[in-house]
Design a protein around this ligand. Structure first.
Ligand code: ATP
Ligand code: MG
Length: 377
């Protein structure tokens, strides 16, 4: 990312530290264009730490490495014990050595050859293949020690969270919105969640489901705030005052205005939703146009061109699917009209809103009475 590189890396390391914090003391630092997370105490859960790092946006690949003294015998014995599982499973291998400490008595070539020979003597079933080995054993002799590791594993990629600004994301209990949040966070957006709840039409359990979806997202992003907006009064008012076929779009516009208000308070530059074109009545082009006209922050809809099965695939990958399909009520479905208008015009929407004189005041009240929940796993 050109001149931004340093600030991107700083942001990335901050997220890594945040995600490892609850596991114990880790030192996270950068040296020679590689980032390291090193346990500073004995007995830390390295499997979990590895998983958390692997799911941090901004990292393309990770490897788990053993650090030993800069001594050739120590390197060799580390390689054969630390990588035992990989060495047993492979048929062909090679050793790739790098030496940034030029004072080390052997050069890279010598390290690779000698260490390769030692590994062969311990695992005679192996064959050396320098072109397309099944396993590459890496030995890196660096300033503070020698690192031994196997091939890199893929990480989630994307950009470090926090490098693309902040957005309010609208989180329902459905399949789509967690996927939308994940996708935008992957592009470096810091999230602030907003959920509309309508008790007693929606239950406490429905809210807890949304909290657990938010927690699943935070596995990737690190912690964030989820604001729960009390929406009952507004929905009842719209049910009583507005034309029924327009209910859904009127409700969505109200949600968007409240999101704009809360978003501005939090310094958000946009609103993220899980809408997908024509999936339901409120997601036609005409309905989206009416929704967009409700407020002035840009609305990001990463799922707009995706099919349901493509969305479901991602939701399974990020482990939100099973939670999303739990059968709890959502505030949107509670009052949904049997025949929503799929092609509303802005003129008729504005006319309906004009008759709902108490609406602005109710929206201000709802935005003031939010419940803030800090999400972090
Ligand atoms: P989802 O699967 O995300 O619930 P959906 O297909 O049910 O989406 P809608 O109900 O039309 O679609 O909602 C569209 C988008 O509006 C959602 O993806 C979400 O971003 C937002 N949204 C809907 N209901 C709520 C809610 N109760 N609280 C916060 N945001 C909501
Ligand atoms: Mg929904």
């Amino acid at each position: 990312k050109g001149l931004n590189r340093v600030s991107f890396e700083t942001t990335l390391m901050r997220t890594m530290r945040k995600k490892l914090k609850s596991l114990g003391e880790f030192k996270v630092y950068k040296a020679q264009s590689t980032m390291y997370a090193e346990p500073m105490e004995e007995g830390l859960d390295i499997d979990e730490a590895f998983k958390r790092i692997q799911r941090t946006f901004g990292l393309a690949a990770v490897s788990r490495s053993c650090v030993v003294e800069k001594d050739f015998d120590a390197i060799c014995s580390a390689a054969v014990t630390y990588l035992e599982k990989e060495l047993r499973a492979a048929k062909t291998f090679k050793v790739e050595a790098r030496r940034s400490d030029k004072k080390f008595p052997m050069n890279s070539m010598e390290i690779a050859c000698e260490a390769g020979g030692y590994i062969l003597s311990k695992y005679p079933h192996l064959k050396v293949d320098v072109h397309t080995p099944q396993l590459t054993v890496y030995v890196e002799v660096r300033d503070f020690g020698a690192y031994v590791h196997a091939d890199k594993q893929q990480a989630v990629g994307g950009l470090p969270v926090g490098t693309s600004g902040k957005c309010a994301f609208m989180l329902s209990g459905g399949i789509d919105s967690p996927v939308a949040a994940y996708m935008m966070a992957k592009r470096g957006v810091t999230l602030m969640g907003i959920h509309f709840a309508s008790p007693p039409y929606t239950s406490e359990r429905a809210k807890m489901k949304v909290v657990s979806l938010a927690e699943k997202i935070s596995v990737y992003t690190g912690g964030f705030v989820l604001q729960v907006v009390p929406f009952t009064e507004i929905q009842e008012y719209m049910r009583d005052m507005g034309p029924e076929p327009l209910f859904t779009v009127l409700m969505r516009r109200s949600m968007m205005r409240i999101c704009e208000k809360l978003g501005n308070d939090y310094g958000c530059g946009g609103i993220i939703t899980g809408e997908s074109l024509a999936q339901v009545a409120s997601q036609t082009l005409q309905a989206i146009a009416c929704t967009d006209a409700a407020q002035s922050l840009p609305v990001l809809r990463p799922l707009i061109g995706m099919d349901k099965n493509e969305i479901v695939k991602i939701s399974r990958e990020i482990d939100t699917f099973e939670t999303s399909i739990l059968p709890y009520e959502d505030c949107c479905t509670v009052f949904t009209p049997p025949h929503p208008k799929t092609k509303p015009t802005l003129a008729e929407i504005l006319a309906a809103e004009e008759k709902m004189v108490a609406l602005p005041q109710m929206e201000a009240k709802a935005a003031a009475e939010i419940e803030r929940i800090f999400i972090n796993v």
